[in-house]
Design a binder for this molecule. Structure first.
Ligand code: NAD
Length: 494
């Protein structure tokens, strides 16, 4: 169904708007989901003209494009003509009046029915000011919908997240707030529920009786690149664990929703996060490992502390691994190992669900020491590969009854992957639909901070001995030891 809405993008000249928002809006336009009745106001401090803004939008579409001639294409030009630029300092009340006048004018011109989406593609310390002004300067309409989309990071800890939430909640109700975690827009993450609840063989085994442990790896091969300024204030724990990894855990450990609706899913996810054990400081230190990359083995890649924009004594972690536990009844006691880092051997996001060994091995052993067969592992490939793998044991084809491991594989082809809407496209589409299924609720964000804050505080109380892993490896030795002490190994070992 074609939508009628005005987007007001704060941070319209920024990287996120250019790389993600304009191309996503274009794809929705190409598909006819946005048509004649939409308009976009881009705001930022720079004094751009509408004409210049149109060029920028067309370039963004072209840079992202599959078709090289999109810039000149009539469609991109028509699309860009819906964009208006308003120079705006978010701290200046007068500017909101100008913004409101333009918004009202466009509402009438494009017949937008008072529907507004405010997209805050800016640093989070502006969110409160913007939300307050949107209310006080009456940009929020009394007819149509008003939805606020905000980007991570949502605070630096529970305290600051709560302050931020209080600020925006003074102008917007929870059901008007769309907190983006772009992992929730990824097809393979959305598929977790389908795999778990759409297959009897999976759902009947998804419990502590059958699962030995769950491993989640979000490995990046790149270093900090141009993001040192932000990264120096964040680190891997805040940047990846508090949001993406804990969201993935909630989808993996939640109880079955009675229906796949936003409210059911939210309740189950909130419960799942509340069931994750919040560690004491000592437990956090025992169960979490931090790392920072050094040079690679050939000394061709710089260590983190010599990247542009980082502190030479930086205590910021570029790697985290840890063990979490859930107290929910189905999976209680099943360790959940998580790992994320920069400059690791290979870029891969994957989830490995490791099943328990068969009770008794009645066959000749493949492993003389333990008489154990290989464990069954169900792997979910999230990115860049998308697919599934199931490791099984079968007869080896010989005269005697030997056993060998095989795997069943399904990987999406490049053509299939190309057809899947990009995460931001999906999430903007959902926001237009008023569908909050794939956005983080405040209760989820708050609980995730409770889990992470303890680890952060424990680490901040002790000086780290960095750098402690070689670029191109799979992180510090302590990360391997974390599993070894439980007589386990990381399944993904590039
Ligand atoms: P950016 O620095 O490229 O852009 C920031 C924008 O804010 C610019 O348009 C700038 O002009 C504007 N701005 C700054 N101060 C202003 C003021 N006082 N008044 C008006 N405008 C002002 O940042 P970005 O990379 O686009 O990121 C935006 C937000 O999205 C941040 O919260 C970031 O953490 C988050 N985010 C970005 C990405 C990404 O891929 N870039 C990914 C995830 C989250």
């Amino acid at each position: 169904m074609t939508q009628q809405a005005l987007f007001i993008i704060f941070g319209g000249t920024g990287d996120l708007a250019y790389r993600k928002l304009y191309p996503s809006l274009f794809r929705l336009y190409e598909k006819g989901y946005l048509k004649d009745n939409f308009a976009v106001i881009g705001t930022a401090r720079r004094p751009w003209t509408d004409d210049h803004y149109h060029e920028v939008v067309m370039n963004a579409v072209a840079d992202d494009g599959h078709e090289s001639d999109r810039t000149n294409s009539e469609l991109a030009r028509k699309f860009a003509s819906h964009f208006y630029y308003q120079s705006h300092n978010v701290n200046d009340t007068e500017h909101y009046v100008a913004l409101r006048n333009l918004a009202d004018k466009l509402d009438e011109k494009y017949d937008l029915q008072g529907n507004r989406i405010y997209y805050l593609a800016m640093a989070p310390w502006f969110f409160g000011t913007i939300a307050a002004h949107l209310k006080s300067e009456k940009l929020i309409t009394d007819h149509g919908y008003n939805r606020l989309i905000i980007e991570k990071p949502f605070g630096r800890d529970l305290k600051t997240a709560k302050e931020l939430n209080d600020d925006i909640s003074a102008a917007f109700s929870e059901d008007q707030i769309y907190r983006i975690d772009h992992y929730l827009g990824k097809e393979a993450i959305q598929s977790i529920a389908a795999l778990r609840f759409g297959n009897q063989i999976v759902s009947s085994l998804w419990n502590k009786e059958h699962i030995d442990n769950i491993q989640i790896t979000l490995a990046e091969s790149l270093g900090v690149e141009e993001r040192a300024g932000y990264y120096e204030t964040a680190g891997a724990l805040r940047d990846m664990v508090q949001n993406h990894i804990l969201q993935i855990i909630s989808l993996l450990t939640m109880e079955k929703p009675s229906k796949y609706t936003a409210s059911e899913l939210r309740d189950r996810k909130v419960e799942a996060l509340q069931n994750i054990k919040v560690y004491s400081k000592e437990e956090a230190l025992q169960n979490f490992v931090r790392g920072q990359y050094g040079e690679d083995a050939d000394h061709t890649q710089s260590d983190y502390r010599h990247e542009e924009g980082t502190d030479e004594q930086s205590q910021i972690e570029t790697f985290v691994s840890g063990k979490l536990e859930t107290e929910n009844k189905t999976l209680a006691g099943v360790p959940i190992y998580v790992r994320t880092g920069k400059r690791l051997a290979r870029k891969s996001t994957q989830i490995n669900v490791v099943f328990k060994n068969v009770d008794t091995n009645i066959f000749d052993s493949t492993d003389a020491d333990s008489n154990l067969l290989d464990q069954n592992v169900l792997t979910l490939y999230i990115e860049p590969d998308q697919g599934y793998r199931l490791d099984l044991n079968v007869k080896d084809g010989g005269q005697t009854y030997g056993i060998m491991p095989i795997h069943l594989d399904y990987h999406k082809t490049a053509a299939e992957k190309a057809k899947i809407p990009e995460a931001y496209e999906k999430l903007i589409h959902d926001a237009l639909d008023g569908n909050r299924t794939n956005f983080a609720h405040w209760h989820e964000v708050a609980q995730a901070w409770r889990i992470v804050d303890v680890i952060r505080e424990a680490w901040d109380s002790e000086k780290a001995d960095f750098p402690n892993y070689v670029s191109g490896s799979m992180g510090p030795q302590a990360s391997q030891d974390l599993l070894k002490r439980d007589h386990r190994n990381w399944i993904f070992d590039a």
